[in-house]
Structures are given as structure tokens and as C-alpha cells.
Design a binder for this molecule. Structure first.
Ligand code: AGP
Length: 635
């Protein structure tokens, strides 16, 4: 989704803004723009469609825009097609074709989010003489600020507050007022925005990656709050216009996490970071019992302890039912978690798509908790699902990767994955880190609820600790998958089938393939294929069976045979030493042996690699697939 940046200091702003926008490219966009105060009091606006490099070329890498204060934007089109007029920044006045300039730049702004009542507001502004040059809701928001600013002759914060009272929807807005050179104003509701400060410079961005090269000291501006940024100085205001104080926080993420470090794509780098992401995530809930702190990773030692993250055993014991709510891959984690939690802890678990959950009648069982899973912590539907649950008095736990994100701040309890910044649109390391954490959660829950004995508990903890090394060995064997992907690069359809947790892993494998290779694929519960979809199987159609659940293996193999009889090329991903596997399958990918409950975390890696190499074979943009955004901040 859109990315916004802002900078005010004492050196040229445009280069810093372009650098920040480049860091936000991963979010997905189709046009970009900058506005910078010139030293002479004028404001220059430049926009370009397509890739950021077009804006970089158009501005001579920022050199054609002198000035030390500015805002920038990458736009992911919602209202109006991706062209220059719709690109941000937007301004108070009209666009003059004759001079390729704007008639009035009193207020200039960039926006991430959606203004829901923009049509009604536009009509009102038109009645007051405003002329619109774009199809965007953003132009309406900027002109609404301009209207109050000029009509009541009030200051920027008061004008912004009036706008906030008037508009419905979500926004992270960065604004400049021509009468206040060197200053940036910001307003936020339900869209991500972070404000950073160093000795004599101030920054604003959709996320911290855009400013990590300059500062780690940040403020998380709250909902319906406004800010005024001066070089090295930030002031916050509530909706009444009263100055408020917001605590400063420090971003602990490593800046290197947002760089490719020699890999061709972020996705490949992030797949290789999985052993460390899973290790660090498990480490946050693993405690030594007997020996030195480092000993918790040695064989036989260590116990799971969620009290350090606010979930002591008494809390776990009180959970009698769970609803897991999420979107996309995070929902797939929930699907996999459902099988493991139900099987180990013996409590009912329901898994819901956040976009559905928020509009249905919620019937929560007694002593339930809602677990909201989200890498970004900003997904609009997941955030709303969390808020609705809280309003209903249901206990909430957020499972989030991004520190200080909205879900992290609003959930009653928070579990963090320690995957570091994830840049590729297709999630990999955040997914496996989420899975590792829900596995650990399930094991501790089962033990606390006395559904597993001490020996079984210890065995499971041991199995969890072995996952990072297994991941490393899996990634070492990626060559065969590259071959497979090249062989099937031209294929029309692919199918993923499995039962139980294997079905959930198939859902993720299918999404990985389609989102970055644009190849049609579907995932099915293995027993369901013959109820219609099997009619799509033709000679050579790849059907990938996930076979990690021993007790379901023969059943899924029968379903694979049904496909093979109809011409399918059957591929299996398995940890099983079963003669049936070699007998039936055309191609076998073996994963390291581990307890079946946790094998899904390993089985997904070959599927991630398959998606990756299929995309590469087709010459596509692996990290930034078409039409997609990393963080989906609109519903
Ligand atoms: C998967 O590769 C996608 N990036 C997408 O499905 C993603 O998992 C979904 O949009 C949810 O995002 P979140 O984890 O940030 O909430």
C-alpha cells in the first residue's frame, strides 16, 4: 500500500526522501511524487508514474528540487487510475495545463488510507468554488484542510483537527503549509505512520525502515492525533488542539535486515534467514532451568515460558477456546495452528478470515481468547477484528512481527515474532516464525492444561529446538527444486493437496506459487478434490501432495493416485519412510524427520522455493509482484 515519507533538517531533502521511498518500495506502488520547499518560499511538486526510478530520473536524483524540507509518496491506486494527476502530493488549488503547475500550493499533502466520505465532501467543496483535477480521495482531504485553514484563518493544527472531525475513513497524512516553511504537519487514524527525530532533523514515514539510516529514536503517533515537525523537534496534539506528550521509543531492528546483503532478491535472503528467525522467536519463550542461560539450547535442557511475554501459566490455564483471526499467509498459520492446538491442548479452535469475522455475528464461547496474527501488525481487517473483539469484552492476543505496530499496541497481550524486517511481498521468514511461535504456544498450553505428560512435553520442546537446524539443511538442498520449477515454468495450473495440517501448508504453498509466478494454483483438502476440481487435471498437470502426517499418509497417497490415473505429474513432500511414497510419486522431496505436529514448518520451505524459482524462471519481479502490496492497510 502507499508509502509516505517526510524530512525537515538542514541538508537537501529530496535525496533523503527518495532514499526513504526506495526503502518503502516493497509495500507496492504504481506512481510516486515529491514536494520540497524551495529556499525562496515556493514549493515544487514533481510526480511520475511507474517505478521510482522514473521520479529519480525526472528530478535528477533529487538535485532539481533544492530545499531542506519536503514530503514524498509512493501510491498504490485505490481511487482513480495510476497516472500523474492522481499521484500524490496533492494541493489546495487546481492544475494549470498551460504551465504544468498548480494554481495554489497553500496546503500540500500525501496520504495513505481511504477517505470514505470523499464524494460528499467533494460536492461540498465544489459548492465553495474548489476545482478538482484528480479522481482521488486524497485531494479531497487536502482541500478540506485548506478550506478550514483559509475560512477560519486558523493555524495548521486547528485546520487539521477540523478535517479529522469531518472525514470518515483511515489516513496517515503528511502536510506542508506554504506559510510555515521548514515545517511538516502530520495526522493519523488507522493507517501506519512513525515519526523519527535526531539532533537537528525530523523524519516521518510509513514504517521505520525508511529512516533507520538516520535515526532509531521514534514516536508512535496515536489515532486522531496530529504532529508538528521542525528540524530536530516534534510536538504532538490531541483533537482539541492541546499539546500532548508521547513517549520516545527505540527501534531495535537491524538496518541490514532491510538490505539484500548480496542475494539477488529479498525473498531469497529472507528464506535463508528462516533458521535465525525461528531460533530468535523460540528463544524469546525458551528459558533455561538448570544451567547457564546459553544452555537452554543444549540437548534435553530448556523449558517454554510465556510469562516473560505476559502470558503466565495461570493465564494459559484459563483459556478454554480460541478464535484465530488473520489474513492471507497469517490466516494459513492459523489454519495450521488449529490442528496442533486442538490435538495437543484439546480446546476448540476456530479460524476466521479477518475480513469475514468483522462482519459476522460473533458468538464467543466462555473463557475464549482471540488470537490475531499479523506480520505487519497494520492489516486493516485484522486490526478491526481485534478492535471488535475487544469491544465485545473478549480477551485478545496479538502475534505480530513489527514492533510498535497498531495491533501490537492495541492487543491486550502481545507475542512478538523475531523475524526482523521482511521486505519481499511474499512472506517467508515471518510465516515460519509465526508457525514456530504458535507451535510453542500449543505445547505449553497442552502441558499447563495437563493434556500431555512431562516426558512428552520435554520431547516436544526438544523437537522445537531442532527446527532451526532442520531449516538450514533444507535450504542447502534447494537445487532440485530449482530444476523442478524450470521444468514446470510453462504450466497452466498446479494443485496442492493434503490432509490435516498438510492441507494448511498446501494453502500456503499455493499462495506462494500464484502470488509471485502468476501461475494458477489451488490448494485442496485431499479428500475434496474428487468433488469437482479433479476435472481440471490433464496430462502433465502438477499435483503436489504434502505428506507429513503419518496417520493420514495412505489416504492422501490414494488421492494422489486418483490424480496420477488422470495424467497428473505427482510430486510429494514428505518425511515418511514408507515404500508407498516411492511407488506412487513421480518426484519426491524429502524433509528432515521431526515430530508430525511440527513438520509443517519444514514442509513449507520447498514450497516457498518452488514459488521463488517459478517466478525467476518466468522472469518476473519476485519481490514486488504486480497488483500486490506488502501491508494491506485498507479493507
Ligand atoms: C503473503 O505472502 C502475503 N504477503 C499476504 O497474504 C499477507 O500474509 C497478508 O496480507 C497478511 O499480512 P499481515 O501478516 O501483515 O497481516
Amino acid at each position: 500500500m502507499c508509502g509516505i515519507v517526510g524530512f525537515t533538517g538542514h541538508r537537501p531533502a529530496a535525496g533523503i526522501l527518495l532514499e526513504g521511498l526506495a526503502k518503502l518500495e516493497y509495500r507496492g506502488y504504481d506512481s510516486a511524487g515529491l514536494a520540497v520547499y524551495g529556499g525562496d518560499g515556493s514549493v515544487h511538486v514533481v510526480k511520475a508514474t511507474g517505478k521510482l526510478k522514473n521520479l529519480i530520473e525526472k528530478t535528477d536524483n533529487g538535485r532539481s528540487l533544492p530545499g531542506s524540507c519536503g514530503i514524498g509518496h509512493t501510491r498504490w491506486a485505490t481511487h482513480g487510475e495510476p497516472n500523474e494527476k492522481n499521484a500524490h502530493p496533492h494541493v489546495s488549488g487546481g492544475f494549470r495545463e498551460d504551465s504544468s503547475d498548480y494554481s495554489d500550493t497553500a496546503v500540500i499533502g500525501v496520504h495513505n488510507g481511504i477517505i470514505e466520505n470523499y464524494e460528499e465532501l467533494r460536492e461540498k467543496l465544489q459548492r465553495h468554488g474548489y476545482v478538482f483535477y484528480s479522481d482521488t480521495d486524497t485531494e479531497v482531504a487536502i482541500k478540506t484542510v485548506d478550506y478550514y485553514y483559509k475560512k477560519y484563518k486558523i493555524g495548521p493544527i486547528d485546520a487539521i483537527n477540523r478535517m479529522m472531525v469531518r472525514v470518515r475513513g483511515s489516513y496517515a497524512l503528511a502536510l506542508m503549509f506554504q506559510d510555515y516553511p521548514g515545517e511538516i504537519y502530520a495526522a493519523r487514524k488507522d493507517s501506519p505512520m512513525i515519526i523519527g527525530v535526531s539532533d537537528d532533523e525530523s523524519f516521518l514515514a510509513s514504517d521505520a525502515t525508511a529512516m533507520l539510516g538516520y535515526t532509531r529514536e521514534v514516536y508512535y503517533i496515536g489515532n486522531l492525533q496530529a504532529a508538528r515537525l521542525l528540524p530536530g523537534e516534534v510536538h504532538f496534539f490531541d483533537l482539541n488542539g492541546d499539546e500532548i506528550s508521547i513517549p520516545k521509543a527505540e527501534v531495535t531492528w537491524d538496518e541490514k535486515g532491510a538490505e539484500k546483503n548480496g542475494y539477488e532478491h529479498f525473498m531469497m535472503k529472507e528464506m535463508h534467514e528462516q533458521p535465525e528467525a525461528v531460533r530468535a522467536t523460540l528463544d524469546s519463550v525458551l528459558r533455561e532451568e538448570r544451567m547457564s542461560p546459553a544452555a537452554k539450547w543444549s540437548f534435553g535442557a530448556g523449558t517454554l515460558d510465556f510469562s516473560g511475554v505476559g502470558l503466565p501459566d495461570e493465564y494459559l490455564e484459563s483459556i478454554d477456546a480460541m478464535t484465530i483471526v488473520a489474513c492471507g499467509s497469517a490466516w494459513h498459520v492459523g489454519m495450521a495452528a488449529q490442528y496442533v492446538i486442538e490435538e495437543l491442548a484439546e480446546i476448540p479452535v476456530r479460524v476466521e478470515l479477518a475480513s469475514e469475522y468483522r462482519y459476522r455475528k460473533i458468538l464467543s464461547p466462555a473463557n475464549a481468547v482471540v488470537l490475531v496474527i499479523s506480520q505487519s501488525g497494520e492489516t486493516a481487517d485484522s486490526l478491526e477484528a481485534l478492535r471488535i473483539s475487544k469491544q465485545m469484552g473478549i480477551r485478545t492476543i496479538g502475534l505480530v512481527n513489527v514492533e510498535g505496530s497498531s495491533i501490537a499496541r492495541e492487543a491486550d497481550k502481545i507475542l512478538y515474532t523475531k523475524a526482523g524486517p521482511e521486505i519481499a511481498v511474499a512472506t517467508t521468514k515471518a510465516y515460519t516464525a509465526q508457525l514456530a511461535l504458535v507451535y510453542a504456544f500449543a505445547v505449553r498450553l497442552a502441558f499447563v492444561k495437563k493434556k500431555i505428560d512431562e516426558d512428552t512435553y520435554r520431547k516436544y520442546v526438544q523437537e522445537l529446538k531442532s527446527l532451526p537446524d532442520h531449516l538450514t539443511s533444507l535450504l542447502d538442498g534447494k537445487g532440485r527444486i530449482q530444476w523442478l520449477a524450470a521444468k514446470y515454468a510453462g504450466t497452466k495450473d498446479a494443485f496442492f493437496i493434503g490432509r490435516g495440517q498438510d492441507y494448511a501448508i498446501g494453502l500456503e504453498g499455493s499462495l506462494k506459487l500464484k502470488e509471485i509466478s502468476y501461475m494458477h494454483s489451488e490448494a485442496y483438502a485431499a479428500g475434496e478434490l474428487k468433488h469437482g476440481t479433479i476435472s481440471l487435471i490433464e496430462d502433465g498437470t502438477p499435483v503436489i501432495g504434502i505428506l507429513t502426517q503419518e496417520r493420514l499418509l495412505e489416504k492422501t497417497i490414494s488421492n494422489l493416485k486418483e490424480c496420477k490415473t488422470r495424467g497428473a505429474y505427482v510430486i510429494g513432500i514428505t518425511n515418511a519412510e514408507n515404500p508407498l511414497v516411492e511407488e506412487c510419486l513421480d518426484f519426491v522431496l524429502r524433509i528432515p524427520a521431526t515430530d508430525d505436529h511440527f513438520a509443517g514448518l519444514l514442509a513449507v520451505v520447498p514450497l516457498q522455493l518452488l514459488g521463488y524459482y517459478s517466478s525467476v524462471s518466468r522472469g518476473l519481479d519476485v519481490d514486488k509482484p504486480r497488483n500486490l502490496a506488502k501491508s494491506v492497510t485498507v479493507e
